[in-house]
Design a protein around this ligand. Structure first.
Ligand code: PEP
Length: 251
């Protein structure tokens, strides 16, 4: 079901105590009538502990920042879907632009990751988004359509309903430049439309689509006010309890 989600992607930041204190502070500051699902995506080595801190809380969960496309075996340094499922993590983020760019992950790799995640009953936060060049060349709609269709459109309707999409224009990630709320809404509406064409309007209306890219307390309210924006995937501003809470309260 469509829901509002604010997910904090810590990336390769925070030492153990900094991370655990941040989770504690956010939990303590959460409004009691919070309707938003809050997701922490720490590094793998803190995931077990952070997940334990969230287990008995309503609408607070965790995500891994990545996952292996392989199920198990001789893949030194990799972490499998089965492993994170075994510690009761709910989500995995895949397809972040940093993974696509620095680790050369392709749409085909992500297709395999989606399959292995769904097979292990994990929910997927699937990132997509165009580069500045692609936007300037006006191929951003095609880019996003390809990312989504090549990695996700082999899924059954039932499986697709377990996907959360995060639209993250690469030019806005970590740059301080945010897509305007109208630019973001235009793409979110487009994403919902291509999902509707493939799976029908009802399913498309039930998918949560998050925005990511320099989202902060000063712009979150305006961004989240748009019809097709169901929350945010937050990088830098999720590393500080006060700013993360302000974003959560922006609905
Ligand atoms: C991200 O990396 O997913 C992200 C949105 O980062 P930032 O909020 O720092 O732009």
């Amino acid at each position: 079901m469509r829901k509002n989600i604010v997910a904090g992607n810590w990336k390769m930041n925070l030492k153990r105590d900094e991370g655990l204190n941040l989770v504690n502070d956010v939990i303590n500051l959460l409004p009691s009538d919070n309707e938003v699902e809050v997701v922490f995506a720490p590094s793998f080595i803190y995931l077990y502990k952070v997940n334990k801190m969230c287990l008995n809380l309503d609408r607070v969960s965790t995500a891994s920042q990545n996952i292996s496309k392989e199920e198990s075996g001789a893949f030194t340094g990799e972490v499998s879907a089965e492993m994170i499922r075994s510690i009761n993590v709910k989500y995995a983020i895949i397809g972040h632009s940093e993974r696509r760019e620095y680790f050369k992950e392709t749409n085909e790799d992500l297709k395999q990751k989606v399959d292995v995640l769904l097979k292990n009953n994990l929910e997927v936060i699937f990132c997509c988004g165009e580069s500045l060049n692609q936007r300037e060349e006006k191929v951003h709609f095609d880019c996003i359509k390809n990312q989504i269709s090549e990695s996700l459109f082999h899924l059954s309707s039932n499986d697709f309903s377990k996907i959360v999409i995060a639209y993250e224009p690469i030019w806005a990630i970590g740059t301080g430049v945010t897509a305007s709320s109208d630019q973001a809404e235009e793409i979110h509406k487009f994403i919902r439309e291509i999902i509707a064409q493939k799976y029908g309007r009802e399913l498309a209306n039930n998918i949560s689509i998050l925005y990511g890219g320099s989202c902060k307390p000063t712009n979150a309210r305006e961004i989240f006010s748009k019809d097709n924006i169901d929350g945010g995937l937050i990088g830098g501003a999720s590393l500080n309890a006060e700013s993360f809470i302000e974003i959560i309260k922006s609905f």
